[in-house]
Design a protein around this ligand. Structure first.
Ligand SMILES: CC(C)(COP(=O)(O)OP(=O)(O)OC[C@H]1O[C@@H](n2cnc3c(N)ncnc32)[C@H](O)[C@@H]1OP(=O)(O)O)[C@@H](O)C(=O)NCCC(=O)NCCS
Length: 149
């Protein structure tokens, strides 16, 4: 099933809807926007089905905090529509974003990962780095995760 899905660049407005329903559900923040959403170098990659966005992710140039000398890409806002999670869509999107970062000569892809998604990142080759911290917007425990690309 998942081999039929295409990863495409998608507009901020579509991403905000999906972020709101997946990433802001049950959290104190009801604002799905990021300051970097429309800044130079930021792209939103997503998967659509029947004209509806079902998976989204945002990729921006930003140094990995533990090696600021190297070019790197930060992943933010990784989300799959609730009814379609655990079917491989997240992995497809993650791999596509990593390939893109590699083509842009990033040394690292990194993210501030929710603790309940750490297994997803580790399963896809990321290392968990450092201690837990609490994300201000969601109040949820997070860790830094990183992969060399
Ligand atoms: C995390 C998320 C993006 C993963 O996408 P997905 O399409 O559900 O994941 P996939 O089906 O590609 O899963 C790949 C692997 O990660 C595992 N996995 C995915 N989500 C998981 C979770 N929340 N907890 C534990 N394992 C998870 C899958 O079981 C699979 O492992 P396997 O290969 O051993 O079977 C998606 O579940 C999601 O949107 N979750 C809610 C929002 C969120 O936490 N986003 C991440 C913010 S940092």
């Amino acid at each position: 099933m998942t081999s039929d899905y295409l990863v495409e660049q998608v507009p901020t407005s579509d991403v905000l809807v999906l972020r709101m329903s997946v990433l802001r559900d049950g959290t104190p923040s009801q604002d799905p926007r990021y300051a970097e959403d429309d800044t130079e170098g930021s792209v939103h990659l997503g998967i659509q089905n029947g004209g509806v966005l079902i998976a989204c992710s945002t990729w921006l140039p930003r140094p990995w905090p533990l090696d600021e000398s190297a070019p790197a890409t930060q992943l933010r806002g990784m989300a799959v529509a609730k009814h379609l999670q655990s079917k491989g869509l997240g992995r497809i999107l993650l791999k596509a974003g990593i390939r893109r970062a590699h083509s842009l000569e990033s040394t690292y892809v990194w993210a501030r990962a929710r603790d309940n998604a750490l297994y997803f990142y580790e399963r896809n080759g990321f290392a968990t780095v450092g201690d837990q911290f609490i994300d201000e917007a969601t109040g949820l425990g997070h860790h830094l995760v990183m992969i060399e690309v």
